[in-house]
Design a protein around this ligand. Structure first.
Ligand code: FES
Length: 349
């Protein structure tokens, strides 16, 4: 099920003091597998200090560029992000899974379409790819980027964004917001409901935005999304990608009991008994099943499976729609079995 390929790093660019852009060389034979839509991510797998570490990073390059580049911001106490920033070098080889993800540019990008994006911190990574794709694909479109950081020095891809502004002066608009520094041509504060209202109903009130792309921490996404909905934007036009989420506790309803679980991966069924206070993904990985996963935090959606018998309860879910949940889909990194018998099929999604 896990479809990793060894890719060599062809370039590493220091974006900010605490982030790098890492570009991979994709051999001709893998070009099709690694073609991507703007907004998708790749999963990297590497052994660090004898531990296998798997992380998902969004692609920041435009699909038309022919480059596969991800942005990696150093996270305090992070394993992979610290390694990538401090130790990775050009020529190193990482295991890379082909692009995945549904936070993509709507395929029905139309003539003269106006799009707005709100990105905070490293949430700029997929948004940058989407912005480039919009500006390149549709010459009558426009793109508003509202980009929040603590300081200008921490703003990833600042130079690239400024170059895009020069390239598309009449169609690409950027509003920088810094919470900890005062800069010329930038607002002070953070992306909140007042910021959203000011740009949409005041500064850009002449522009009728059709789709909105949000990427950053959960609190920002919730606030921006709620503000947009309150101002009449349909939820179907609000697209978001969580970059951090608070890990939910095991629900109190989860018992100390056990479940007889059958897990189907690549048409092979493995049956065993697992504790209900573990997630289905944890149990699958302990049994060394090749179940798909990446973030293990309920963010990326790569661990989706279908419960075809019995029931499972998710700790949290910001990805699956109500109808998908009703169909039996679960994020297995968040799902606990709650009936004596459960069958989960990773192939049937
Ligand atoms: S592994 Fe990312 S949502 Fe489950």
């Amino acid at each position: 099920m896990s479809d990793f390929h060894a890719l060599k790093i062809s370039q590493i660019k220091q974006e900010t003091p605490t982030s790098v852009a890492v570009t991979f060389e994709v051999p001709q034979a893998l070009k099709t597998s690694f073609s991507f839509s703007a907004g998708q991510y790749i999963t990297l797998n590497h052994t660090i200090n004898d531990q296998q570490v798997r992380r998902a990073y969004s692609i920041c390059s435009a699909p038309s560029s022919g480059e596969l580049t991800v942005g990696i911001k150093k996270v305090a106490n992070g394993t992979f992000s610290v390694y990538a920033n401090d130790q990775l070098t050009v020529g190193d080889v990482l295991q890379v899974m082909p692009p995945q993800g549904t936070f993509t540019l709507e395929s029905n990008l139309q003539q003269g379409q106006h799009i707005a994006a709100f990105a905070a911190g490293s949430g700029i990574t997929p948004v940058l790819s989407i912005a480039q794709a919009v500006l390149e694909q549709e010459s009558n479109s426009s793109f508003l980027l509202v980009y929040g950081n603590q300081t200008k020095q921490q703003a990833m891809f600042y130079e690239t964004i400024e170059q895009l502004k020069t390239q598309f002066p009449d169609r690409f608009f950027v509003e920088y917001i810094y919470s900890r520094s005062q800069e010329i041509n930038a607002a002070r504060g953070r992306i909140d409901k007042n910021v959203v209202s000011y740009y949409l109903t005041n500064k850009y009130k002449q522009t009728s935005f059709k789709d909105f792309y949000l990427c950053g921490p959960q609190a920002m996404i919730d606030e921006v999304s709620n503000t947009l909905v309150a101002s009449g934007v349909s939820k179907s036009h609000i697209h978001f990608e969580l970059f951090t989420t608070s890990q939910a506790a095991v629900p109190e309803t989860i018992k100390e009991g056990t479940t007889s679980i059958s897990i189907i991966v690549d048409q092979v069924t493995e049956q065993f008994t697992m504790a209900q206070n573990k997630t289905i993904l944890e149990a699958a990985l302990e049994k060394q099943l090749d179940a798909p996963y990446s973030c293990q935090g309920g963010i990326c959606s790569s661990c989706i499976g279908r419960v075809t018998q019995g029931k499972a309860q998710m700790r949290q879910n910001q990805i699956l729609t109500d109808s998908e949940v009703a169909e039996g889909l679960v994020l297995t990194c968040q799902a606990h079995p709650i009936t004596p018998t459960v069958v989960v099929d990773y192939d049937d999604i």
